[in-house]
Design a protein around this ligand. Structure first.
Ligand code: NAD
Length: 488
């Protein structure tokens, strides 16, 4: 395994994301030997920390990680802290001097990763200063990592994209959607393109509908401030759900490389037409959770939430793709907080047999085949088929083939952020989003958002915590003579 060489500059080095995700991810690469002698990390934030204190923070973030205390200390010694206000140009000069010094000291070949682990309002100014104060290295690679949220509508996303594009090319920009780093989301391509059995059935001719559920059982927790400005539609649908839709429905890419995959995703997303206001009312549902004894507060009673907030904590909707492969196949999506159970899953519901000759139980129809991919918290898949009931009966009844990914193997598999960090070092953009994909999804989301913002509380459905969301979400499918496969 060859060691990677790079300098990481983490803006927001004292923040939650850095401590919970980024440091453990870098350590995971160190533990595997992918980072060894030739790497260094500069963490920047406003607080006046010493390097020693920073090393303690790094080690604290590794509690529970494998490896000895000695290994963790050695790892932490690659970290340098710099107190830095990202809006102050002079601070970038100090940063550049430190970067150049570390580049020589660790023989980093001029490779630089600029990781923006800060509030998005700072992204443009960081990118601008990195360029104007000459932090871009002339020798190795320069890669800019952009966290979510990428804008709050198409206009702000475009502005952000234009701003960062002044300093970095599309090739150098890595937009994070950590769902793309999840094991089962990465399994979609092999399932579709390495199994003719599924690949041939992957169209409107055989698939009746697709259901995507990203359900959380917790409430808004400590993210209230952000959540009040976002809501479930922006927080989950625009990014994660749209990326999953793209992976499920894109045409086979010409090659297995980032450019071909981005082109295929872009093509299918552009076939999802933004809805008219009438279509929004017909095809999308929004809800907000209510509390109860032993179950927690209502959303409107939570700290830092307006008592008349109309922000949605739940969204369900029907997405239609206007192309030859998918015309007429609804993609039902839903996501919400305080639901009955936590689970992210995809259910592909195939068309039932139309000319059944076999006896069935209670004279009902033969059940459809359903392929279910469980993204989390477990990881695996089920395929529901039909067989003969055991015993003397000839009746057809469904059974399930289960494939749970090996827990020991999974435990050894890297967390999403570790995989993404490795991809960044490899220059592999497969698990990152292209601007065109975000633009398409924002156009779709904006059309819904505009209607909901005008409607204010009208149409906001309240649902009890611990349920699967408002009744309207069930009605949405019932109108199409369908139902949600997963009932929580
Ligand atoms: P945070 O508030 O915990 O950290 C923000 C960091 O920015 C701190 O280190 C703070 O010192 C620094 N900072 C603020 N103003 C500064 C300034 N003027 N100059 C220099 N430093 C300054 O935020 P977070 O939760 O770590 O989130 C960071 C980014 O990651 C956000 O874009 C967020 O949406 C995204 N994100 C976070 C998570 C998560 O689990 N925390 C998950 C997904 C995405």
């Amino acid at each position: 395994m060859t060691e990677k060489r790079a300098l990481f500059i983490i803006f927001g080095g004292s923040g939650d994301l850095a401590q919970r995700k980024l440091y453990p991810a870098l350590y995971g690469l160190y533990y595997q030997g992918r980072l060894a002698k030739h790497f260094a990390v500069i963490g920047t934030a406003r607080r006046p920390w010493t390097d020693d204190h920073y090393h303690d923070i790094i080690k604290q973030s590794l509690v529970g990680a494998p490896g000895s205390a000695h290994q963790k200390t050695e790892f932490a010694e690659h970290f340098y802290y710099q107190s830095h206000d990202v809006t102050d140009a002079a601070h970038y000069v100090t940063l550049r001097d430190l970067a150049e010094k570390l580049d020589k000291q660790y023989a980093l070949d001029g490779n630089r990763v600029f990781y923006m682990a800060m509030a998005p309002r700072f992204f443009a100014t960081i990118a601008e200063h990195v360029k104007s104060e000459q932090l871009l290295s002339a020798k190795g690679f320069n890669r800019l990592i952009v966290e979510k949220p990428f804008g709050r509508d198409f206009a702000t996303a475009k502005q952000l994209n234009d701003d960062i594009s002044q300093a970095f090319s599309e090739e150098q920009i890595y937009r994070i959607d950590h769902y793309l780093g999840k094991e089962m989301v990465q399994d979609i391509m092999p399932l579709r393109f390495a199994n003719p059995l599924l690949g041939h059935a992957w169209s409107k001719d055989f698939i009746d509908n697709i259901q995507i559920t990203l359900a959380e059982d917790i409430g808004v927790e400590e993210r209230a401030g952000y959540y009040e400005t976002a809501g479930a539609l922006r927080d989950m649908v625009q990014n994660h759900i749209f990326q999953i839709i793209a992976m499920l429905t894109m045409e086979k890419p010409a090659r297995y490389d980032a450019a071909s995959i981005h082109a295929a995703k872009r093509a299918v997303l552009s076939a999802i037409k933004p809805y008219t206001p009438t279509q929004v009312h017909d095809k999308f549902v929004r809800g907000q959770y209510l509390g109860g004894d032993d179950i927690g507060l209502s959303y409107r009673e939570e700290d830092n939430i307006a008592s008349d907030s109309t922000v949605e904590t739940y969204v369900a909707g029907r997405v239609d793709i206007d192309n030859d492969r998918w015309r007429g196949v609804p993609i039902y999506i839903r996501t919400g907080k305080r639901l009955k159970a936590k689970q992210s899953r995809i259910d592909i519901v195939f068309k039932p047999t139309s000319d059944n000759i076999l006896p069935t139980v209670n004279d009902t129809h033969v059940a459809p085949n359903v392929l279910t991919l469980i993204i989390e918290p477990e990881t695996g898949m089920h395929l529901t088929l039909n067989g003969k009931e055991i015993g003397t009966s000839d009746a057809v009844s469904p059974f399930t083939l289960d494939h749970a990914l090996d827990q020991d193997e999974l435990a050894k598999a890297p967390e999403a952020y570790q995989r993404l960090m490795l991809n960044i070092l490899d220059g592999n953009k497969l698990t990152f989003t292209h601007w065109a994909e975000l633009a398409a999804s924002w156009h779709f989301i904006d059309a819904i958002r505009t209607v909901w913002d005008n409607d204010k509380a009208d149409g906001l459905a309240f649902y009890n915590s611990g349920t699967m969301g408002p009744q309207q979400a069930d009605d949405l499918l019932a109108r199409d003579h369908r139902q949600w496969i997963w009932q929580g």
